[in-house]
Structures are given as C-alpha cells and as structure tokens.
Design a protein around this ligand. Structure first.
Ligand code: HEM
Length: 264
C-alpha cells in the first residue's frame, strides 16, 4: 500500500476558473503547498472535531441555563484577574528574554560580573533602565494579580467540584510565581539581593535534620557565592519559564473545557 496521499481535488483548475487576485492566488498556493506536505487541513479538521466533542460533553453553564447573558457579572472586573496575570507573565517573559542579551551571572569565580552588567544596563545602554523596570514591574504586577485572582476564586467558591484540579494547579502556579520572584531578586547581586540570599540560606539551614543538605542543594553552600548565583540564574531563565508556561497552558485549557464558574 502506498503511503502517498491522493489529491481528491483539482486545485489548480479550481483556481483558474475563478478570477483570483494575485494575493489570493499566492495565499492559496502557499496553503496548498504546506497542506500537501503537512496535511494541515486534516489536522485542523481533527481539532475542530475535538472542539465540538469537548463542548458537547460539557453541561450547560449557569448563564446558558438561565439566560443570563449580558448580566453584570459577565463584566465583573475581578474575573479578569487570571487574564491579567497571563498578560503580566507574557510582558515579563518578553522583557526578561531581552534582558538576557545583556545580563551575565558571573565569570569564573567573580559574581560581581552580574552587578556590573546591571550597572551597564542602567547607566549606559539606551533604554536599558526602561527594559529592566518593565521586567521588575511586570513581575510584581503578576505576583499581585495571581494572589488577587486566587482570592477571587476562593470567595466565589469557584474551587469546588469539578474545579479542584485547577485549584491545585493554581497552588503550584502561585508557588512557582514566588520562586520566580525570589530567584530574580537575587540576580542583580546588589545589597538587596545579597541580604535576601543570606536570609534564604539561613532559613534553609534552620530546617531540622535536612537543613545543611537543603542549603547545599538550593544555594550551593552554607554561605553565598558564585554557585548560589548560578543556581538562581538557571532556575530563573531555564527551568521556571518552561514549567510556568506549561502550567498556565494546562490551567487555561481546563478553564476552556469547564467554562467559568459564575457566582450563584
Ligand atoms: C500564573 C498564575 C495564574 C494564571 C495565569 C491563571 C489564569 C487563569 C485564568 C485566565 C482563568 C480564567 C478565569 C479568570 O480569569 O478568573 C483562571 C481560572 C481559575 N484559576 Fe487561575 N491562574 C493563575 C493562578 C491561580 C491560582 C493561584 C489559583 C488558586 C490557587 C487558581 C485557580 C483557578 C481556578 C479554580 C479557576 C477556575 C475559576 C472559575 O471557573 O471561575 N489560579 N485562571
């Protein structure tokens, strides 16, 4: 059996019959070229199928059942906090990726490289202060928005069945948001960073029995040094962005499948 896909339609003939503009022809030709190789249309149909199947399985929402469209809750601003967190996260991710072009955690044994790269950014690079402020502010706005979003979910009772799983994913999300904040706070290696790091190591060391092991694992030793900065850097720019992006996608995917829980 041949794996070659049969073309059911005479696309070129179809295009010739119609009086298409050059832009339309270019668009359709590109689409067909891609479709022949990647079966785009088949996969899109599959997605469309899935969309309808998922939606058919969902019970009618409160709004649909009682015909509450255009009622005030729909515009209730607190329901925007989840989206607001997402937007803040996207701004932080983009500005953070741009900062990554200029920031350097350390060169062999010398963590002051980090501080120097921030000084350069703030004093010499054009709009460097702006980029850094954008990143810091969006990160703080995200933390606040996520916390307020959690309060909204709690006080409207939206965590109840069948949304328990999204509540638990939310708990992980607020935790990674805070770890994001802490690891980022240490990166400039200024006084604030240094002493926040010192508090962190001492907190780790104060854990009974496992304290020294935890300090070693998270901070690379019992005092701060280049190993600490390197750990914070890799967590902040490598691990956390992937984890957070994936979790937000799953979280919003579940909201899409379940619909919003309206206040009753
Ligand atoms: C990075 C952090 C987070 C992002 C980007 C995010 C995003 C969203 C979005 C866009 C929605 C749609 C409804 C709305 O916006 O209010 C939502 C709903 C929800 N979120 Fe979050 N969220 C985050 C953190 C959390 C946290 C910390 C919790 C709780 C511990 C949580 C629990 C929920 C629940 C249970 C729903 C469903 C609410 C409903 O159906 O009314 N989320 N989230």
């Amino acid at each position: 059996m041949s794996l070659e896909r049969k073309d059911e339609h005479d696309h070129e003939g179809w295009m010739k019959e119609r009086d298409l503009t050059p832009v339309e022809t270019a668009y359709l030709t590109t689409l067909m070229w891609l479709d022949k190789r990647l079966r785009l249309v088949d996969y899109l149909e599959l997605l469309e199928d899935l969309y309808y199947k998922v939606n058919m399985q969902m019970p009618k929402s409160h709004t649909e059942q009682y015909n509450l469209d255009n009622k005030f809750w729909y515009w209730y601003p607190l329901y925007a906090l989840g989206s607001f967190s997402t937007i803040a996260y996207v701004v932080a991710a983009i500005s953070g990726a741009l900062l990554g072009f200029y920031y350097s955690p350390a060169t062999a044994g010398d963590p002051s490289t980090a501080y120097n790269s921030i000084t350069f950014l703030m004093t010499e690079m054009r709009f460097g202060f702006f980029l850094r402020s954008l990143h810091r502010w969006s990160a703080q706005v995200m933390t606040a928005a996520v916390f307020l979003h959690m309060l909204r979910v709690y006080f409207t009772g939206a965590y109840k069945e069948p949304r328990e799983l999204n509540w638990i994913i939310g708990i992980i999300l607020i935790s990674v948001t805070m770890v994001f904040g802490y690891t980022g706070y240490l990166l400039p290696w200024d006084q604030l960073a240094y002493w926040a790091g010192t508090i962190g190591v001492n907190m780790a060391l104060s854990i009974p029995i496992a304290g020294e092991w935890v300090a070693q694992l998270l901070f690379g030793g019992y005092t701060l040094g280049q190993a600490t900065l390197m750990r914070m850097y890799i967590l902040h720019v490598f691990f956390l962005p992937f984890i957070t992006t994936a979790l937000i996608a799953i979280h919003i995917g579940i909201v899409w499948m379940q619909g919003i829980a309206e206040p009753h």
